[in-house]
Design a protein around this ligand. Structure first.
Ligand code: AP5
Ligand code: MG
Length: 230
């Protein structure tokens, strides 16, 4: 099963993906997390994309698609070894028409297809408040919020004890740039997914646990429907 979580920055994709991937038995493919890891490890890729990332611009499609294809191959290998991976949950990918087309082609080349696109909706003012208040663990990536979901001890990750900090792109300039890019480049992809009958909308302006339940129901409904049809 291959599922995309789609929504503007701050809609809760990362928060929800971390909760849902294990529950659904899906491998999490979060391009933003892959880029942050490369930047932190100061790999060649990390050095190439750091300035782009910090500005809030999109990393070039070839780089992004290449990383996702590697992940799809990992999943195929794990499935061949019988490791019980049911597919992938995409967070932050695709974001452009070229990436969406590349994903369809990459899945088709591996005998797979997209099953569901979950659109998470949150009012714009709430997005900006959430992004401004977001903090993340430098070590394990757990997402917090100074207002709605703070760590028990300020600045220290509940899960791993790592330092909890603000992301370099969660400053007013990059936040605006990223939201503008979402509405210009990414939101238009939903029309095509809707025509293909793949989109399920979820109200993301509710408590985190409630949003998780709604997304899980949307995905499970779809996979149950497919079993009945097929
Ligand atoms: P990425 O890491 O994907 O960031 P993003 O798209 O900017 O999305 P966010 O992570 O900001 O939002 P989110 O929806 O995950 O929200 P979260 O759960 O954290 O990408 C970063 C950069 O990498 C891009 O700018 C680009 O440079 C590059 N990149 C990545 N993918 C790319 C691609 N495909 N192509 C090209 N470049 C790419 O939640 C936000 C806050 O809200 C948190 O504080 C959280 O605690 C809080 N919150 C969440 N849910 C709730 C709730 N229900 N109630 C109250 N608070 C909540
Ligand atoms: Mg995220």
């Amino acid at each position: 099963m291959y599922v995309i979580l789609m929504g503007p920055q701050g809609s809760g994709k990362g928060t929800q993906a971390a909760r849902l991937a294990p529950r659904l038995g899906l491998t999490l493919v979060a391009t933003g997390d892959l880029f942050r890891a490369a930047i932190a490890a100061q790999t060649d890729l990390g050095r190439r994309i750091k300035a782009i990332y910090d500005r809030g611009d999109l990393v070039p499609d070839e780089i992004t698609v290449g990383l996702v294809e590697e992940k799809l191959d990992d999943i195929r290998r794990e499935r061949a070894l019988g490791e019980g991976v049911a597919g992938a949950l995409f967070d932050g990918f695709p974001r452009t028409r070229a990436q969406a087309d590349a994903l369809d082609a990459a899945l088709a080349a591996r005998g797979e297809r997209l099953d569901r696109v979950v659109q998470i909706e949150v009012p714009l003012e709430t997005l900006i408040t959430r992004l401004t208040g977001r903090r993340v663990c430098k070590r394990c990536g757990t997402v917090y919020n100074v207002e709605s979901n703070p760590p028990r001890q300020p600045g220290v990750c509940d899960r791993c004890g790592g330092a909890v900090v603000q992301r370099d792109d969660d400053k007013p300039g990059p936040i605006k740039e990223r939201l503008d890019l979402y509405f210009a480049e990414t939101a238009p992809l939903l029309a095509d997914y809707r025509d293909r009958g793949l989109v399920e909308q979820v109200d993301g302006d509710q408590p985190i646990e409630r949003v998780t339940e709604e997304i899980a129901r949307a995905v499970e409904r779809r996979s149950a429907g497919q079993k009945v049809e097929g």
